[in-house]
Unconditional design. Structure first.
Length: 229
């Protein structure tokens, strides 16, 4: 009987987390919390000029970095950007916040409905020329760039712009990616890397070399959980 009650309570709690009301509350809380950050933006001008001149861009980062970027990335809402998010329960929450931030979300991942979501992402980039992508997906492993970002860049003829977030003070989760949240009033830097434009891959070996090249560039920017050292 007690187990049934616990299961019922758990289901009710999960249903609350997926409501639009909760997503609205969480979005407003994140905006309020993030307003304490002292944010510095680096190297945004080059890719922004490329986009405004007609180029297609794909902003890419590691899963552990995205929280601190939410406040700044809502400033891109006029560009109607898209983001692929997993169909998991956690993904439902993230998608709700992203939608409130002005980002169009397409649900899917490498393990679930990925091909359909990728096709829709390609269509969206062809229309708006602007999208974001989490390169290690919803489950990792950390430091591994999944193939989807290279596939998307090829199909949409988009330039990849890696970006990274750092904070002088942060809390780290004991999760697969050492997800971190900057502490209140932390100094946060959002830094964009050089644009990467891959030529269409002639074979699987070329494709893999491109994936590894992106991984080699981005992996040094992973943040290390100090509690695991």
């Amino acid at each position: 009987m007690k187990q049934r009650e616990n299961t019922s309570m758990s289901l009710k709690f999960k249903s609350i987390l997926t409501t639009k009301l909760f997503h609205s509350f969480l979005y407003r809380f994140i905006r309020f919390y993030s307003s304490s950050f002292i944010i510095k933006i680096e190297n945004e001008k080059t890719w922004m000029e490329y986009f405004r001149s007609g180029g297609r861009i794909l902003l890419c980062t590691w899963h552990q970095h995205f929280f601190a970027a939410i406040r700044h990335f809502q400033s891109y809402r006029a560009f109607k950007p898209a983001l692929m998010i997993s169909k998991s329960s956690d993904g439902e929450i993230i998608a709700g916040v992203a939608e409130k931030s002005g980002w169009h979300t397409l649900r899917g991942s490498s393990s679930r409905a990925g091909k359909e979501a990728l096709r829709k992402m390609i269509d969206h980039v062809n229309q708006t020329r602007f999208a974001g992508h989490i390169v290690d997906g919803p489950k990792g492993p950390a430091g591994t760039v999944k193939a989807g970002v290279v596939q998307l860049a090829h199909a949409a003829d988009a330039a990849i712009i890696p970006f990274y977030v750092s904070a002088d003070r942060a809390w780290y989760f004991n999760s697969w990616d050492s997800f971190f949240i900057p502490k209140p009033f932390a100094r946060v830097v959002i830094s964009f890397g050089e644009m990467i434009k891959f030529t269409p891959a002639e074979n699987s070996a070329t494709f893999e070399s491109q994936r590894l090249y992106l991984e080699k560039i981005m992996r040094p920017e992973l943040r290390v959980n100090p509690n695991r050292q």
